[in-house]
Structure formats: structure tokens, C-alpha cells
Design a protein around this ligand. Structure first.
Ligand SMILES: Cc1ncc(COP(=O)(O)OP(=O)(O)O)c(N)n1
Ligand SMILES: Cc1nc(C(=O)O)sc1CCOP(=O)(O)O
Ligand SMILES: [Mg+2]
Length: 211
């Protein structure tokens, strides 16, 4: 994958906004996001059928603007709707087995914050790594303790060259620290999904992420 795709990587499910998710996504696209992940997760998320319906609606928004559409966790859904990729964590199905189920063109992102996890992601031929949480987050109930941008710096120091996005608690105030630490992009939920004006928020974040 082209690492520029990761520059402003927006993640959202219906639980992340009080507005219509498709409207929020359209505004985020207009503001300059470069990638989107559909993450329908947690107690307030949708049931199986509604989830697929929303996924297809959001996929159509991304398709009409050539924004890659990644599905979190749910490999079967990703294949079923023709998504561009999947994102899997350390508690999910291993990347090596997910890769075998997917056509070669599909992107596989893996969560990794230790050197061991990152080296395994490289070995499994992941396309990128998501490292976090950078800072405290209210968007993921089971988030670990924040590791800060130093977590990315360390992976780079130990020779990890795979594209990396920082995730967790990223806002306009700390985007630059994440990029300076060696990230190829920032991945965020609430800074866009809960912004009063998601388009303007995305515009500002994109400017800050650009080097
Ligand atoms: C880009 C990106 N990075 C990390 C994650 C977190 O994945 P995971 O650890 O599997 O946690 P859940 O998102 O599934 O709760 C992500 N989704 N995206
Ligand atoms: C989905 C997710 N994964 C994380 C990780 O640390 O792996 S933190 C996180 C939530 C990110 O949401 P926000 O931008 O609102 O903090
Ligand atoms: Mg997961």
C-alpha cells in the first residue's frame, strides 16, 4: 500500500457519533481524510444485519471519493462487502491466517506496540502497524495504558520500517508530536466524529499531519 494513504486515517462506528454516521463521514471526506476504518464495536453498536447495512452505506461514501475502506476485526464482513482491507489486533485472528483468507490486493493492518509484536507483523506481511494508545482515550473501553509517541520512536529506533499510524487520544494539540516520532499518519475517532464541524476538524488535522 501507498503509505501516504495513512496520513489522516479516520475511524468510526455508529457508537462514535450522535449524528448520522454517513453525514459525518461525508464531511470528514470533504475535509481531507485519506483512509477510513469502519469500527462498529461496544455496547452501543449495531446488531449483525444493521451493521452490514451501515457498512455498505459508508463504503459507498468512500468509493465515490476513492477513499480506502478498512473493516475492523470482522474479516468475513470485509470480504462480503468488497472492502479494501481489514484491521486486526493482538486479540483477534492472527494476521498470518487472515492473509490466507484474503485476496492479495486487500490491505491488512495490525495493532502492534512492542518490538516483538511489530516484528511479528512484519513477518506476517502486514501492510501497516497501528500503535497505541498514544494518549488516554474515551473511545475504546479496553484500551491499555498510554505509551506516548516514544512508543513509535522506539519501534523506528529498533529498525521497524513498516508504515506506522499512531492511535488513541490524538487531537490537534498532539498530531505534530506523533508525526515527529516517526509515524506515517494519525488514526483517530473522536477528534473528527465528535467535532462540532467534522469537515473543519479534518481540514485542520490534515494540515497539521502534513510535513
Ligand atoms: C489503525 C488502528 N490501530 C489500532 C487499532 C486497535 O485494534 P485492536 O487492538 O484490535 O482494538 P479494536 O479496535 O478492535 O477494539 C485499530 N482499530 N485501528
Ligand atoms: C480504536 C482504538 N485503538 C486504540 C489502541 O490503542 O489500539 S485507541 C483507540 C481509540 C481511538 O479513539 P480516539 O481517537 O477517540 O481516542
Ligand atoms: Mg480488534
Amino acid at each position: 500500500m501507498n503509505k501516504e494513504t495513512l496520513l489522516l486515517y479516520f475511524i468510526m462506528g455508529s457508537q462514535d457519533t450522535d449524528k448520522d454516521p454517513a453525514e459525518v463521514l461525508k464531511q470528514a471526506v470533504a475535509g481531507g481524510i485519506t483512509c477510513f476504518q469502519f469500527r462498529e464495536k461496544g455496547p452501543a453498536s449495531k446488531t449483525v444485519e444493521q451493521k452490514e447495512e451501515l457498512a455498505r452505506e459508508l463504503l459507498a461514501v468512500c468509493r465515490s471519493h476513492s477513499i480506502p475502506f478498512i473493516v475492523n476485526d470482522d474479516v468475513d464482513l470485509a470480504v462480503q462487502i468488497g472492502a479494501d482491507g481489514v484491521h486486526i489486533g493482538q486479540g483477534d485472528e492472527p494476521a498470518s491466517s487472515v492473509k490466507k483468507k484474503l485476496p492479495a490486493h486487500m490491505i491488512v493492518g495490525v495493532s502492534a506496540k512492542t518490538l516483538k509484536e511489530a516484528e511479528k507483523a512484519v513477518q506476517d506481511e502486514a501492510d501497516y502497524i497501528g500503535t497505541g494508545p498514544m494518549y488516554a482515550t474515551t473511545s475504546k473501553d479496553d484500551a491499555d495504558e498510554p505509551i506516548g509517541p516514544e512508543g513509535i520512536q522506539d519501534l523506528r529506533k529498533f529498525g521497524i520500517t513498516l508504515p506506522i499510524v499512531g492511535i488513541g487520544g490524538i487531537t490537534e494539540k498532539n498530531v505534530k508530536s506523533i508525526m515527529r516520532a516517526g509515524a506515517d499518519g494519525v488514526s483517530l475517532i473522536s477528534a473528527i466524529s465528535r467535532a462540532i464541524d467534522p469537515k473543519e476538524a479534518a481540514q485542520r488535522l490534515r494540515q497539521l499531519a502534513q510535513k
